[in-house]
Design a protein around this ligand. Structure first.
Ligand SMILES: Cc1cc2nc3c(=O)[nH]c(=O)nc-3n(C[C@H](O)[C@H](O)[C@H](O)COP(=O)(O)OP(=O)(O)OC[C@H]3O[C@@H](n4cnc5c(N)ncnc54)[C@H](O)[C@@H]3O)c2cc1C
Length: 380
């Protein structure tokens, strides 16, 4: 007969940044928590991400989740271990022309209305802020409190912090199947759990079929060290269009200074491509785009390029809340290109709902039930 683990309150499947943050929040709330990963914390897509902590305003729900998340990151910034490399460098959304400057002004007004610091820079101010940028830019929006972190270290920190709070770590243990209240491991063992939180990224679909998840592949490149040459996370305003407006393959200028002087260069987006090999023509297109904004990049030494599959949903919002398939199985996945940013508020939402406590932001916009006809099993 298979051994049965002592029953736990909540078992979290997946120790990426999302699952690890959820484990920390659940353990902090007093739940008897088990965090499970087939490999080790932060080794999945979390290790492929850019680590930009950024507020985004595609929708009211995205705004609520990203601003609350960033607030939570900022609140703990000074207590994070040094290897997370938290750097409050801010974001510069670059406007290439007058039309994009109009968009900058609209964004600034909206951010300021919600007490999020945002400052308009004209062309000369932008040139002083980022001397390596081509001079032809019209200006930018500076979002001062956005930051950069090293995501795998953050996932490891959340998991370690959960363990200190009493959570049990089960790493190197692949989950084979889920049933309500029970987890079956590939080695034949079983864990009983009152609630299961499925945070296995794209692989969540292997354990709970028919989730509205799809892959959105991205490429990144990292350079050797060039300290001081890039000072903020630099993103072309046109990124918002390429990232969110269509299903076609796209590239955008999105460049990040690492604390050690390395430069992380992105980004690309391809829907439903699950082959993780480098697409050389697309990578070349992405680098050309970056060189168009920062000409010195043409001469930098590139150390490595890689790809990652963002776990995307059909409406651009993550799945956070009870699954529609089993009342005891919850989801925390589908964060696409914002999972590093939104791990903190995702964890807060999951823990608050499991503990039946008030949520800091409305939870319903992220409930998986929005993709199903039947109602969810928790009250609004
Ligand atoms: C190119 C790129 C750039 C990005 N840039 C940013 C950015 O700048 N800012 C931002 O906020 N986000 C960014 N993201 C998005 C972010 O990386 C993801 O949203 C986030 O990492 C998803 O984390 P996760 O914990 O859901 O998934 P994962 O990190 O993939 O974790 C899932 C875990 O589940 C485990 N697992 C899977 N199946 C099983 C199983 N059967 N049994 C046990 N364990 C299992 C895996 O081992 C893995 O550790 C980027 C992503 C990419 C690809």
């Amino acid at each position: 007969m298979n051994p049965v683990h002592t029953r736990c309150d909540v078992a979290i499947v997946g120790a990426g940044i999302i699952g690890a943050a959820c484990a920390e929040a659940c353990a902090a709330g007093g739940l008897n928590t088990v965090l499970i990963d087939a490999d080790f914390p932060g080794g999945g897509i979390t290790a492929c991400g850019m680590g930009h902590i950024v507020v985004m305003d595609d929708s009211a729900a995205q705004w609520a989740l990203t601003t609350r998340s960033r607030e939570l990151w900022m609140a703990r910034a000074t207590s994070l271990p040094d290897n997370i490399e938290y750097d409050a460098c801010g974001t510069l959304w670059i406007a290439a022309n007058r039309t994009e400057m109009d968009a900058v002004e609209e964004k600034a007004a909206m951010y300021q209305q919600h007490d999020v610091h945002a400052q308009i820079l004209n062309s000369a101010e932008l040139a002083r802020a980022e001397p390596e940028l081509i001079a032809a830019m019209s200006g930018a929006l500076l979002v001062r409190d956005d930051a950069v972190i090293y995501p795998p270290a953050a996932a490891r920190h959340f998991a370690a912090s959960a363990a200190v709070l009493g959570a049990v770590m089960r790493f190197g243990q692949r989950v084979q199947a889920l049933e309500p209240g029970r987890i079956h491991f590939a080695d034949g063992t079983i864990l009983d759990a009152e609630r299961i939180v499925l945070a296995a990224g794209l692989a969540s679909n292997d354990l709970l079929p028919n989730l509205p998840l799809r892959a959105r592949k991205g490429h990144l490149v990292i350079s050797d060290r060039y300290p001081g040459r890039v000072r903020h996370q630099l993103v072309e305003l046109g990124y918002l269009h390429s990232a969110h407006a269509s299903d076609a393959d796209s590239v955008a200028f999105n460049v990040q200074p690492r604390r050690n002087g390395q430069i992380l260069i992105g980004s690309s987006r391809q829907f439903d491509v699950t082959d993780t090999t480098i697409d050389a023509p697309l990578l070349a297109q992405m680098l050309e785009r970056a060189v168009g904004f920062l000409p010195f990049l043409r001469d930098v030494q590139v150390l490595r390029s890689w790809t990652g599959l963002r776990p995307a949903t059909l409406d651009g919002l993550p799945l956070i809340g009870p699954s529609t398939q089993h009342a005891s199985i919850w989801l925390a996945t589908g964060h696409e290109g914002l999972g590093i940013t939104t791990a903190t508020a995702t964890a807060e939402l999951i823990a608050a709902q499991l503990l039946d406590r008030p949520c800091a932001i409305p939870a319903a916009p992220y409930w998986p039930a929005r993709f199903a006809a039947e109602p969810t099993n928790v009250a609004t």
